[in-house]
Design a binder for this molecule. Sequence first.
Ligand SMILES: NC(=O)c1ccc[n+]([C@@H]2O[C@H](COP(=O)([O-])OP(=O)(O)OC[C@H]3O[C@@H](n4cnc5c(N)ncnc54)[C@H](O)[C@@H]3O)[C@@H](O)[C@H]2O)c1
Ligand SMILES: [Zn+2]
Length: 398
Amino acid sequence: MGEILQSIRVEFTFPVVFTEDVFAPDNPAFVRAISRLEPEKRHQVYFVIDAAVAAAHPRLVDSIRAYCAAHAPSLKLLGEPRLVPGGEAVKNDFSHVMQLVEETNRLGIDRHSFMAVIGGGAVLDMASFAAAVSHRSVRCVRLPTTVLSQDDSGVGVKSGVNLFGKKNYIGAFMPPFAVINDSRFLATLQRRDTIAGMAEAVKVALIRDRAFFEELEANAGRLAQGELDPLRRLIRRAAELHMEHMRTGGDPFEMGSARPLDYGHWTAHKLEVMSKHRLRHGEAVAIGMSLDALYAVKAGYLALPVAERVLRLLETLGFTLWADELLSRDGAGQLHVLNGLREFREHLGGTLSITMLRDIGRGFEVNAMDAERIVASIHALRERAAARVPVPIRSAAG
Ligand SMILES: NC(=O)c1ccc[n+]([C@@H]2O[C@H](COP(=O)([O-])OP(=O)(O)OC[C@H]3O[C@@H](n4cnc5c(N)ncnc54)[C@H](O)[C@@H]3O)[C@@H](O)[C@H]2O)c1
Ligand SMILES: [Zn+2]
């Protein structure tokens, strides 16, 4: 009889490196990251690559081979670099996880070998999960290739894939061994993906850093054009803020219910699934943030001109702040998107906790949202969007 109160502390330390042209033979970033804990050892590295990245950078695979050969005392390439489809599809089909897990078995990848993953947030989420569950986690080095994955997901501790039509239903918390953000990759992104990735930067500015928000406002025109200099600054600061939040927020593995980094995400996750992933994550987040800003006005938390400012920045960056899915209804006539609140609470496990804005740079948590106010906010967003879209002119014939 009796009780022993166990308490365990584990510290994770990992570098996030900002560089350019990571596999140029004389760039030390990658080999240094891998050798950080055991500089004398020859490390086994298995590469997983987003197929769209390999296609857009046709010399990538050869330059990885050449890099490993140039650093042969420290690096041993395991197997052939494996290409996996990019985008949300790779998170919707669990067989991709199993294939990577099988590869770790076939190649004898142990807990001291590395999986190096190059790709967008979707490929990183899927492959980091496969790494996290193989041998209860093999070391994973992430090389994010999109704006979103460089400024947010790649520097975080989460991995996962979709199941039961729900985002990230199955996944793991496992910090990476290292993260290397190479700005070269950004040059080949579609404009749409460049813009989508900026949503998470706006998000983290809104909840934590007013000065950063103002910098984004000042650079919005150049950012919308995909100019690399302001984009690098955006990524650097947003990554820093995400990391700072995880380090100091007191809940890096999200044991509690509050999730300030998920501002705007309760709608976003639902919209992504409802749109069958026509909407990118960042695009859905921009809509979700706008809806919650308008809701905050109706609830008396936020002044209307401040909400207007948030929506204006998003529009200037190139976001469309509307999706028809917001109006789709279930059999009982209720807006589908409202189920997103319930699913979000289930995902948090426990009480509903939604981040709202009091001002730019100041987020806070609420434990309930009013359905009628949400519906009114959806209509306000709709009216705003309709006012921006030129009305088609009907011919006299009708
Ligand atoms: N783990 C987390 O904490 C976290 C946080 C935010 C978002 N996410 C997840 O990240 C995913 C979205 O990631 P994303 O926005 O990076 O999009 P994505 O991974 O879907 O990539 C978008 C498209 O760009 C392609 N691509 C990637 N890099 C490229 C490059 N350099 N050049 C040309 N094409 C390239 C991809 O193949 C894909 O077709 C979502 O699944 C979202 O849920 C995870
Ligand atoms: Zn997000």
